[in-house]
Design a protein around this ligand. Structure first.
Ligand code: UGB
Length: 593
């Protein structure tokens, strides 16, 4: 067999034999038998080799080291003492916040956005890709559409008066999500973005490991195929680096890279101010955080100080925080303090990196991120695994290799404004301890109405208080169903400029603002109002709207007759009556109800 291989393949085989992988080729039939399977096997080896920084050899060596450390029960935080770090804390709507928002919008034309969307969302159990899910069902806007419209709104606002820039948008996909993400974009004309603005980078899975010697695991039913599993969102750094795109951005004068996750419908409400913080404080790394409930499935931002004097501010993942605290003089581990929250701010994995220092660092590391391994051992002897394992990495571990001179900070936002991910299925969400967030499709949608209602209240609108309702076993606050296009309400100042006089909205109301220059003046809303206007139409909405509106009906998540996207949230709208107006021509219009 060996003589039939090309030089690259020969090199790989030799490397594997020298690294304890002879089982891969054991008892192979002679040439002429299974040749196409063998070719496919070599193709897979080449793919695995080229998609990992340092190649398969580095992967196997890293795996041996990490598996040995895991077997020895070595604590990854050995020598480090955790403490609560200090960062920038923002309060929505105050002078400081408004200044940061303005600074952030100015910087946005020098930013690029990166969405990590390679995860299948096993905890959510939704059959489609998560970015295709509606963020809310009043308008049915998907997460991907919402994100793109926010980036376009930032692009427009940031380049006002200056030259029109196009903010680049990268989406990291995987084999699980790539085709469906591309299809979603294409079938919706990229939601208004230029196709050339969007780059999809597909992450490859990594080889599974069958034992402590890091022997690569073969598929049980196919001796010519190595088992693979996802390597984690940390792949985004090596993919960006190897694609060469960072260099292009730098040459084009960009300064910031913003990373974000697949299903947080609130996240862009925090982007302008957080980017303003990065620019003002000149942070090389700025992580966004929210107050964290103990045991919530989000990492804790922690200062780790080593006995040798080193110190860093870094995310400690939710499954590691409790053991770390217990081992460091906090006998209760991951517990709330007197504020009712964990003293450690919760990482929401929105990272803002300054491009120049980021490129400098990646030139050294090639984008490799510190990895970890989490084998499930058969017994306490830790000699064999229940099933194969693999190395993993997380994008927020990027600062771990930075020198002490790096300016690493974080910004704490209010949860209602910044964080409401859709991660848990209905059954698991219903089991979340009372007072902790559900992170479900139900809570994710309700959080959008809540944030918009609170924002309008702060802008002077009399918004009725919410009522409590239970959907899919989760008690949530139901506020008026207020939604708007990102270009209508990109910042608090912009929202305030669109709301005039004495306006009021009752709890049972629905308000969908689908346009840019729509002004609400002395409006009393009790029912449903939908205003749709092209960008050049300026519409002044006033008077009293009273109709039967849209009522909320419960949907059982087990009811197979309902679409899955509704079942997972546990409610749907019964659109009984609404005032709906459409402005398709430029001009000035008055809508007096
Ligand atoms: N993702 C990928 O793109 N590729 C992968 O291989 C895996 C995931 P999860 P997780 O803020 O909500 C993270 O599974 O990992 C994408 C932080 O680690 O939703 O449990 C995937 O598509 C945690 O500290 O989250 O927890 C998704 O967009 C905390 O911050 C994203 O990566 C938490 O998120 C996250 O994947 C949070």
């Amino acid at each position: 067999n060996y003589n039939l291989l090309n030089p690259k393949q020969k090199e790989l085989v030799e490397m594997l034999l020298n690294n304890g992988q002879d089982h891969l080729f054991r008892d192979w039939p002679p040439p002429g038998v299974d040749d196409h399977h063998k070719n496919a096997f070599f193709e897979q080896l080449v793919r695995l080799d080229s998609s990992y920084p340092g190649g398969l050899e580095a992967y196997i060596k890293n795996a041996k080291r990490l598996l040995a450390a895991s077997k020895a029960g070595r604590n990854p935080f050995d020598g480090f003492t955790p403490s609560v770090p200090t960062g920038e804390t923002l309060t929505f709507g105050d002078e400081n916040f408004i200044e940061f928002e303005e600074a952030g919008v100015r910087e946005a034309c020098k930013a690029a956005f990166v969405l990590v969307a390679g995860g299948l969302g096993e905890r959510l159990g939704y059959s489609g890709i998560k970015v295709a899910l509606p963020a809310e069902t009043t308008t049915g806007t998907s997460f991907l559409q919402l994100y793109i419209e926010y980036i376009l709104a930032l692009q427009e606002a940031s380049s006002q008066g200056g030259s029109q820039t196009q903010i680049p948008f990268v989406i990291m996909t995987s084999d699980d999500t790539h085709d469906r993400t591309l299809e979603l974009l294409k079938s919706n004309s990229y939601f208004g973005m230029q196709p050339t603005q969007v780059t999809l980078l597909k992450q490859e899975k990594v080889a599974c490991l069958e034992d402590n010697d890091a022997r690569l695991a073969l598929e049980p039913q196919n001796r010519y195929k190595i088992q693979t599993k996802p390597h984690g969102h940390g792949d985004v750094h090596s993919l960006l680096y190897s694609s060469g795109i960072l260099k292009q951005w730098y040459d084009a004068g960009l300064k910031w890279v913003l990373f974000f996750q697949d299903t947080n419908g609130l996240l862009f409400k925090a982007i302008p101010s957080a980017l303003g913080v990065s620019a003002t404080k000149q942070y090389h790394v700025n992580s966004l955080a929210v107050p964290r409930k103990a045991k919530e499935a989000i990492g804790g931002i922690t200062r780790l100080t080593h006995s040798d004097g080193r110190s860093m501010v870094i995310n400690v993942e939710y499954n590691q925080l409790d053991p770390l605290l217990r081992a460091s003089g906090y006998p209760d581990g991951d517990e709330n303090c007197e504020t009712g929250y964990s003293p450690f701010p919760g990482n929401i994995n929105q990272l803002i990196l300054e491009l120049g220092p980021y490129i400098d660092e990646l030139s050294k590391t090639k984008g490799a991120i510190q990895e970890f391994v989490n084998p499930k051992y058969k017994d306490a002897s830790k000699t064999s695994f229940k099933s194969s394992t693999r190395l993993e990495c997380m994008m927020q571990d990027y600062p771990k290799t930075l020198p002490p001179s790096a300016r690493v900070g974080f910004t704490v936002m209010e949860t209602w404004l910044a964080y409401a991910p859709v991660k848990n299925n209905a059954e698991d969400a219903a089991k979340v301890p009372k007072g902790n967030p559900y992170h479900s499709a139900t809570s994710g949608e309700m959080a959008i109405y809540r944030a918009n209602s609170i924002t309008l209240k702060k802008a002077g609108v009399l918004v009725a208080d919410p009522v409590l309702q239970v959907f899919n076993g989760q008690e949530v606050e139901v506020w008026p169903r207020v939604t708007w296009k990102p270009k209508w309400g990109l910042t608090f100042s912009l929202i305030k400029s669109k709301v005039r006089g004495n306006c009021s909205i009752s709890q049972r109301s629905t308000l969908a603002i689908k346009g840019e220059k729509i002004f609400i003046e002395n409006l009393s809303l009790d029912g449903a109002l939908i205003i749709d206007a092209v960008d050049d139409a300026e519409v002044n909405v006033s008077g009293s709207v009273q109709n039967q509106g849209w009522t909320l009906e419960t949907v059982d998540y087990k009811d197979a007759s309902e679409p899955e996207a509704l079942r997972i949230r546990g409610f749907k709208f019964n659109k009984i009556e609404q005032l709906e107006t459409k402005y398709t021509q430029p001009g000035k219009f008055d809508l007096k109800a």
